[in-house]
Design a binder for this molecule. Sequence first.
Ligand code: HEM
Length: 164
Amino acid sequence: MTESPTPAPRPIAGPDQPPIPRREPARRQPGLFERIGGREVVDRVATDFYDRVYQDPILRPMFPDDREAGRLKQAEFLEQWLGGAPRYSEKWGHPRLRMRHFPFVIDERSAGRWLRHMTEALRACGVGEQEVQEVLVDLGPLARHMVNADQDVPREPLGDVRLS
Ligand code: HEM
């Protein structure tokens, strides 16, 4: 029996290879943060979202009893992610959200519940349906990206290290 020849390894980069594209940060529609209502509304969304999460029997056990530090991080991140000031990264460095979520076993069901609470929080805070849909276009895939339940990832808490 003849063995199929092993293909020659492709060069990772070289003169005749296109450079590996940089992963660009996702771009929200221009002005989305302002259209949502700016910092005041985003802060209310984070509070409302956290109220929902802490009332959710599936998600609640993952979260610490003291909720304010997490709520604030969520507000800072959301503002930055929606196109406002980079408040999260100034304090905590690069978000690397997937890695920061490794300590929590997140399956599809819990990611779906997380996303539903965020959607309902946006609506409850008066964000218009057009803006809600613009948020979900990117937030849906991001929530799915956090799913790690069946993956062999390190589960040790990162603490408040800066990952810059
Ligand atoms: C779009 C998806 C998500 C975003 C944007 C997001 C965002 C964040 C951010 C910014 C933090 C703070 C990270 C830090 O600096 O320590 C955080 C923490 C956390 N997230 Fe998420 N998250 C997402 C999905 C999820 C999902 C699906 C779950 C679980 C179902 C989850 C559970 C948690 C928990 C338990 C914490 C720690 C809270 C604390 O220590 O107070 N997240 N998340």
